[in-house]
Design a protein around this ligand. Structure first.
Ligand code: GUN
Length: 282
């Protein structure tokens, strides 16, 4: 049976490290501030945003909350982002996605100062990641690297397969695994013989958005399996992209859903808020 990688415990350890740094800085007169913007009232977004605010409270990071109505115009949102870019007392800016359909998400992301881009979505952050320069790293893939390292999973020299090529998870995940000296393959919906490709992996990261798609037939015995999925099963229960009951019989280690990758995303956001203070040279 696979070892369970406990994302809840590891994320708490990271939040506790952040909390300690925030306290130290407080004594030196430095406050860490994150501005969180939500436009409209998408239910899932409200849950995510509330969890982010709770994590701020836990770590001692000051959070400024902007809840804008659905009808907000692109220009109104951009001018708020520009105002927050200019504010000395704001370190990180997060615009919760998705935005309402009438808005241009890419333009909003490009308007956030790369020095305050704690989500790591700005093209400059992505470019810096690709060429190994300092900058913010997207929270979910950064959290997965922490999960692997803190569970003693060796990355260097090993076969890593990422299934999924999104800008937020798959692509930055591949670059980060490469940076850790893994041998990386990115597979996707058009990959021929996905089972055979996945089965090569010592580390298999799954971000496809299809409930329980990955069964033991895709998994090499002893592999570390990281499940980024947040899906609903036939009984409407939360589950991942990996068929946990089946895969845990062959994997060496595996993340559960919930309690695996999910909590790490927010822990790394808190970590990125510390990075924002450093990047701004405070
Ligand atoms: N929507 C879903 N996940 C995320 C995230 O990590 N950041 C932002 N800004 N929006 C999201």
């Amino acid at each position: 049976m696979a070892k369970i990688i406990d994302g809840k415990a590891i994320s708490k350890a990271i939040k506790d490290e952040v909390k300690q740094q925030v306290e130290e800085w407080k004594q030196q007169g430095i406050t860490v501030t994150l501005a969180v913007i939500q436009v409209g009232s998408n239910q899932a977004s409200t849950v995510y945003v509330n969890n982010k605010k709770k994590a701020c409270e836990y770590t001692g990071i000051r959070s400024l909350s902007y809840e804008l109505p659905e009808e907000t115009t692109q220009e109104e949102l951009l001018s708020l982002v520009r105002e927050l870019n200019d504010r000395e007392d704001v370190n990180g800016i997060l615009v919760q996605l998705p935005l309402p359909a009438h808005m241009d998400e890419d333009e909003v992301i490009r308007t956030i100062s790369p020095k305050k881009d704690v989500d790591g979505f700005h093209p400059q952050s992505v470019g810096a990641l690709c060429i190994g320069q300092p900058g913010f790293v997207s929270c979910t893939p950064a959290g997965i690297i922490e999960l692997l390292k803190r569970s003693g999973v060796e990355i260097a020299g090993r076969e890593c397969v990422v299934i999924g090529r999104s800008n937020i998870v798959g692509k930055p995940m591949a670059i980060l695994l490469l940076r850790e000296n893994g041998t990386v393959t990115v597979a996707h919906s058009k990959t021929a013989d996905l089972k055979a490709v996945a089965k090569r992996a010592d580390i298999l990261v799954v971000a496809v958005g299809k409930a329980k798609m990955i069964t033991s037939e895709y998994v090499k015995p002893g592999a570390a399996v990281i499940d980024v999925g947040m899906d609903r099963d036939e009984n409407n229960r939360l589950c991942g992209d990996v068929d946990f009951e089946d895969v845990e019989k062959v994997a060496g280690s595996i993340t559960p859903v919930p309690g695996g990758v999910g909590p790490m995303t927010i822990a790394m956001l808190m970590h990125n808020c510390l990075e924002s203070v450093k990047l701004q040279g405070k």
